[in-house]
Design a binder for this molecule. Structure first.
Ligand SMILES: [Zn+2]
Length: 392
């Protein structure tokens, strides 16, 4: 059985211990010590990291009465010194105690008990047994922070199961007859094996990042302490960047973004209108130039969609065959004919796309395709033109 030093002193980071057992866990070496300050993952709180005898600790797991320390490399020594990563421990104290305060606040504000807690790498979550409104979330967040700012002492004591039940608590079965209670003075008391600060003030701040419906209840995402500062800083960076882009202070950003989107929609509408006009003008110019019958044209860098619009416009304006191409790093081809003309447009296109090294298809009066030999577009259009003229 490992003596769990963190239970009495969650600030203890360095300790001496004896290796009592050497094991293996999922292919990695692992040791059990007679005593440890390393917290083993449980109750939603992840394990501590650090070193034992200078060897990095990669996981710490409950193993019955023992605490199993999974190591990066084997450890030879009998007597070892352990060192717990201070920053991670502090972070877990902040997040876990913040969770206790927020969970209690939800009971007070919304009669919503917490059914599970997860302390994540970036944010933590609590799952409540019922839905909550945004207003209740704000109220619970405010209440939790008031308790933080009141700097209430946090105490840990162990009571019997009967005493715990008499206090109206429901200790988990694995707690046995020695139930560890964590209490934030005159606010919250709950059975918990985690590492907590001496004062609620150490939580610094509780920030709820969001909440959503989850499994018939709700899930609340939050950060506390140093993480809260990091989140605010990261969001400030985003706001500053947006502020520069929109030339606006943060509070003006929603309006500035709305105006920008409206103006973009207007520009798109205007762009589409101008494109229509340009295509119409181009179609009339081509028909006048060709004198009707057969129109062939090659453009630089036109998107296939514009080529297609132009072809449809041409065949609608006058009885004709339109053979259009566009070259960029690829070759694009669109062939079309007016209703009532009898050319095999899909066959013509298939032959042309073979020339430009690609594929394409269509049926009836419209076909399109492309290839990766734009240098052969002239040849392809000339052959298609000759085929139409030969048949005509
Ligand atoms: Zn807890």
């Amino acid at each position: 059985m490992t003596e769990r030093l963190y239970r009495d002193d969650p600030y203890l980071l360095e300790f001496e211990a004896r290796v009592v057992s050497r094991r293996e866990h999922e292919g990695r070496p692992a040791v059990v010590l007679d005593r440890t300050a390393f917290y083993a993952e449980s109750g939603g709180q992840p394990w501590d990291t650090g070193t034992i005898g200078g060897v990095p600790v990669v996981a710490v797991l409950e193993n019955g009465e023992d605490v199993l320390h999974v190591l990066a490399t084997p450890l030879a020594a009998e007597r070892v010194g352990g060192r717990v990563d201070a920053e991670r421990r502090r972070d877990h104290r902040e997040q876990h105690h913040g969770q206790h305060l927020l969970s209690r606040a939800f009971v007070q504000v919304a009669r919503a008990p917490t059914v599970s807690f997860h302390l994540g790498a970036e944010q933590s979550t609590i799952d409540l047994d019922r839905g909550v409104t945004s207003e209740q979330v704000r109220d619970a967040e405010t209440l939790a922070n008031e308790v933080v700012w009141e700097a209430r002492p946090v105490a840990v004591r162990t009571v019997s199961r009967a005493e715990a039940l008499a206090l109206g608590l429901t200790p988990p079965a694995e707690a046995g007859d020695a139930v560890r209670l964590v209490e934030a003075a005159d606010f919250d008391r709950q059975p918990c094996g985690g590492t907590h600060p001496r004062s609620t003030a150490e939580v610094g701040m509780v920030i709820v990042l969001g909440h959503e419906r989850y499994k018939g209840g709700s899930r609340v995402r939050f950060v506390c302490g140093h993480r809260a500062l990091s989140v605010v800083r990261a969001r400030n960076v985003v706001l500053e960047r947006l502020g520069t882009l929109f030339s606006s202070p943060p509070e003006g950003l929603p309006d500035a973004a709305t105006r920008a989107l409206e103006s973009l929609a207007e520009a798109n509408r205007r762009g589409a209108e101008l494109l229509e006009r340009a295509l119409d003008g181009e179609a009339r110019r081509l028909l006048a130039e060709a004198g009707g019958g057969l129109v062939a044209a090659l453009y630089d860098g036109w998107p296939a969609a514009d080529l297609r619009s132009l072809a449809l416009r041409l065949v609608a304006l006058a009885p004709c065959v339109a053979l259009l191409g566009s070259r960029s790093d690829k070759a694009q081809l669109v062939f079309a004919q007016s209703e009532g003309l009898g050319h095999d447009i899909p066959a013509l296109l298939r032959a042309a796309v073979l020339t430009v090294g690609g594929r394409g298809g269509g049926k009836g009066n419209l076909a399109q395709g492309g290839g990766d030999r734009p240098d052969r577009l002239d040849e392809a259009l000339a052959a298609a033109t000759a085929a139409i003229r030969g048949r005509a």
